[in-house]
Design a protein around this ligand. Structure first.
Ligand code: SF4
Length: 364
């Protein structure tokens, strides 16, 4: 029976988020192993193909024209420049290039044609291509699909309730509409959010309700920790504790078991130990490269060293996103876990065979 549920309510998700940490990690890791190879992590390279000058007012974003940040704006990159960057990303282990443009929405015309050409070019390199270009019509989604786009990123950012405190130039429903347009093509959906923007725990749960309610659920869900940039309205926000990130990743894994959970912005503020706990809790993707659009990110060599240390392998391109793993298949990690956790009605407490729990032990 599928573990994927679309009827989550905020209270259930909060109850999961607030579980004793070891219980939360155990349950998330168990579900993770059932659906994914726990030693494989997908690596994407994020490339800003058009930087700055955006008319929107997202409170976290240094690329909004109205904020006084130190971002240097750039016009749309050339196709050859994008190709060179993609080849470099591939050589350093990335299976996907995600191209971001600081636009409110995509406009038909020469610039969109240029992006379509970029998509075709990267596709020929046998890499997955993702774009994040703002709002999109159904027709534009179909044109991107024809060019070979693999995924479209459009984050919900936060809960519907908190959304207006973060962005005023568009509505939460606009985000859902774009995701809906992407779903009408055969492009996969990447949509997640940011924690640490002053939201309540209820908002984190509310965002997960909105994402998990999508049917199908997004193939990829990035979880970002706010990188507070000077000059933006959120410049004085304190960094979130690593425990919040671990809890958020684990909760996301439990409510969206088949999804690729992406450990995204904010990794420079996390220790390797913290990131390792996120991988254990179900994160199975990262962004590589020293910049995430405009904010700092760990150097790719550092990431590959971390992978080596943790015994993780980068995922090959075009690997089926959800690869069900039976518990038996993970026996090198767990022994004698013969009963799956069950979700039991309203409140959805995890029930597990206590004997089985006792028998679980980690091998070397
Ligand atoms: S997040 Fe995107 S839409 Fe919002 S201001 Fe930044 S570039 Fe513009």
């Amino acid at each position: 029976m599928s573990e994927v549920r679309h009827d989550w309510i905020k209270e259930d998700i909060l109850a999961i988020y607030n579980r004793p940490l070891m219980e939360l990690l155990y349950d998330a890791a168990t579900i993770h192993r059932r659906h994914h190879d726990p030693n494989t992590v997908q690596v994407s390279t994020l490339l800003s193909i058009k930087t700055g000058g955006c008319p929107e007012d997202c409170g976290y974003c240094p690329q909004a024209a109205r904020y006084h940040t130190e971002i240097e704006g750039n016009d749309l990159m050339t196709v050859s420049h994008v190709k060179a960057q993609a080849l470099r990303a591939k050589a350093s282990g990335s299976s996907r290039v995600c191209m971001g443009a600081a636009w409110r929405n995509v406009k038909d015309g020469p610039e969109f044609d240029q992006v379509l050409e970029m998509v075709r070019t990267i596709n020929k390199l046998d890499m997955e291509v993702c774009c994040t270009l703002g709002m999109l019509t159904e027709n534009q989604a179909k044109r991107l699909a024809e060019a070979g786009l693999y995924a479209y990123n459009h984050n919900l950012d936060t809960s519907e309730d908190y959304y207006k405190d973060v962005i005023s130039t568009r509505a939460f429903q606009d985000r859902l509409d774009t995701i809906d347009n992407v779903r009408k093509s055969n492009v996969t959906v990447c949509s997640g959010g940011i924690i640490g923007m002053g939201e309540k725990l209820e908002d984190r749960a509310g965002m997960l309700v909105a994402l998990a309610s999508l049917n199908p659920q997004p193939e990829s869900v990035p979880i970002n920790a706010l990188v507070a940039v000077e000059g933006t309205p959120m410049e004085n926000m304190d960094p979130i504790p690593i425990w919040d990130m671990i809890r958020m990743v684990a909760t996301t894994r439990i409510v969206m078991p088949e999804t690729q959970v992406r450990l995204s912005a904010g990794r420079t503020q996390m220790s390797r130990e913290g990131q390792a706990m996120c991988f254990f809790a179900g994160a199975n993707s990262i962004f590589a490269g020293d910049k995430l659009l405009t904010t700092p990110n760990p150097d790719v060599n550092e990431d590959m060293e971390m992978f080596k240390l943790l015994g993780l392998n980068p995922q090959k391109p075009f690997t089926k996103i959800s690869q069900p793993k039976t518990v038996e298949a993970s026996e090198s990690q767990f022994t004698s876990l013969d009963e799956k956790p069950k979700w039991s009605g309203p409140g959805h407490k995890i029930e597990r065979n206590e004997d089985a729990k006792q028998k679980v032990k980690l091998t070397d």
